[in-house]
Design a protein around this ligand. Structure first.
Ligand SMILES: Nc1ncnc2c1ncn2[C@@H]1O[C@H](COP(=O)(O)OP(=O)(O)OP(=O)(O)O)[C@@H](O)[C@H]1O
Ligand SMILES: [Mg+2]
Length: 454
């Protein structure tokens, strides 16, 4: 067994104390280190949440700015309220319309916004808000000067994130503005209709002018020879009367013979037949022209009839080119004897316009040439009007049949010719098409059923 002295004992005790304190010092340090670590991590967390908070804050500010810009850009009025009808938000369109400030609305009741006659509708809102949205009801808002302004209102319910009803959103379109815009639109529409009528009228007058020039030219010939014949007959009748008076007075036969020779009664007898025949023919031509005119005017519904198509084409050419100064060379390439059942006058009208257009397109050609051909296949006939003019550009091709499309200078074309012709062709159950020819110039094709009536 080992016995220690007191000194030994003491030093042992001291040693142990030092050890203890040494151990104590170690654990305190560790604790401190741990505290510092903890502080570091808490600080880092704090910084992190600070950054996150700042990010959220700026996102919130941005969202707020976005909402504000949308609200102030709206031209419709906006009112947001809670379930009790207390106003939480309005936009500047409402302020502008009524002349009141935002503060006059916020935390006030919806009832203060609307006029007396809209209160009954307003009373229905809380109930409606729970079940449906209100669409297009008309309500009057009160303005700062005491007047009211009509709004077409759309109201819908507003819910929070958990789906609980929190209030209503009322969007109103100022009807005053709408009514004003409608009035302006209506006025513009009436103006447009009036201008259109004027243009149609001036086109009618222009084609009437062309028609009158043609008619005058056409009537001039027969009328002038009827006139000449009548003058001759007038002179002859006075001579015949003179001779008959002598016969009635029982003048001696030799004297009568002399008078017969002097008054050239024999020549009168020879001429009389051809004078009367010529006058009758002239009158018949006048009557035919008037019949043609009736067909051309197309005002009243034209009767269907069987007729020879090639003759109608020739007649249309002579009408359309009557005033043609630089005479175009005309080539006919007709299929034999095409008889169709259709409306002669309407076909005449279409062809006159196509031929006039072809002529206009060749205005600058030194030797204008127009080809008119007909062909018959199955139950259709096709009439081709072919020119050697400028042709139709790709751009114009899209609008050529539109009313009022014209490339001609003001006063020389109203652009109704093809529009009307297309309509007439379809009325006759046919079609009007066109193409450019590879060698230049345009070709219009009018196709018609052999029997438009069936
Ligand atoms: N054969 C053609 N060749 C080239 N362009 C043509 C031809 N036919 C018609 N066009 C074009 O189509 C346009 C419309 O023709 P449309 O007959 O409808 O009216 P317009 O001849 O101008 O006037 P109008 O009302 O007097 O007939 C013409 O202005 C012209 O530009
Ligand atoms: Mg024309």
């Amino acid at each position: 067994m080992t016995h220690r002295t007191d000194i030994q004992q003491d030093s042992l005790i001291k040693e142990a104390g030092v050890m203890d304190s040494l151990q104590q010092t170690d654990s305190t340090e560790e604790a401190w280190i741990e505290v510092i670590h903890k502080m570091d991590s808490v600080y880092a967390d704090l910084v992190h949440s600070q950054v996150e908070l700042e990010l959220k804050n700026s996102a919130l500010e941005e969202a707020q700015l976005f909402i504000n810009s949308v609200l102030s850009a709206m031209t419709d009025t906006l009112i947001v309220c809670d379930t009790e009808g207390v106003i939480l938000q309005v936009n500047s369109a409402l302020e502008t319309l009524t002349g009141k400030a935002k503060e006059d609305y916020l935390q006030h009741s919806l009832h203060e916004v609307f006029a007396e006659d809209s209160q009954a509708m307003l009373d229905l809102f809380p109930e409606k808000m729970r079940h449906e949205s209100l669409i297009d009801c008309e309500m009057n808002v009160i303005c700062s000067d005491g007047t009211t302004s009509p709004l077409s209102m759309n109201c819908s319910s507003r819910y929070d994130a958990s789906g609980v009803l929190t209030g209503m959103v009322l969007i109103g379109r100022p009807l005053g503005e709408l009514r004003h815009a409608y009035k302006k639109l209506n006025y513009a529409h009436t103006e447009l209709q009036r201008t259109q009528q004027q243009l149609i009228h001036s086109e009618k007058m222009a084609s009437l002018g062309r028609l009158i020039a043609g008619v005058a030219h056409e009537l001039n010939n027969p009328i002038s020879f009827i006139f000449g014949n009548m003058h001759a007959l007038e002179r002859y009748s006075s001579r015949i009367n003179q001779y008959l008076n002598a016969v009635d007075a029982h003048v001696d036969p030799p004297e009568l013979k002399k008078l017969h020779t002097k008054l050239k009664i024999g020549r009168i007898q020879d001429d009389m037949g051809s004078l009367i025949e010529g006058s009758l023919e002239g009158a018949e031509r006048v009557s035919n022209i008037i019949q043609d005119l009736r067909n051309y005017s197309g005002g009243q519904k034209e009767e269907y009839s069987f007729f020879e198509l090639n003759n109608v084409i020739k007649k249309a050419v002579s009408w359309a080119l009557k005033t043609d100064k630089n005479k175009a060379e005309i080539q006919y390439k007709f299929a034999d004897n095409i008889k169709i059942n259709s409306c002669k006058g309407q076909i005449h009208q279409i062809l006159v316009n196509l031929i006039q257009n072809a002529r206009d397109a060749m205005e600058n050609e030194a030797h204008p040439r127009l080809i008119l051909s007909t062909e018959i296949s199955d139950e259709f006939v096709a009439i081709h009007v072919i020119d050697q003019g400028v042709g139709i550009s790709e751009k114009d091709a899209k609008t050529i049949f539109d009313p009022f499309f014209t490339s001609k200078p003001v006063g020389q074309g109203t652009g109704l010719g093809l529009y009307i012709s297309y309509g007439l062709a379809h009325d006759l159950k046919g079609d009007l098409t066109f193409k450019n020819n590879p060698k230049g110039g345009a070709e219009f094709i009018l196709s018609l059923p052999v029997d438009s009536k069936s």
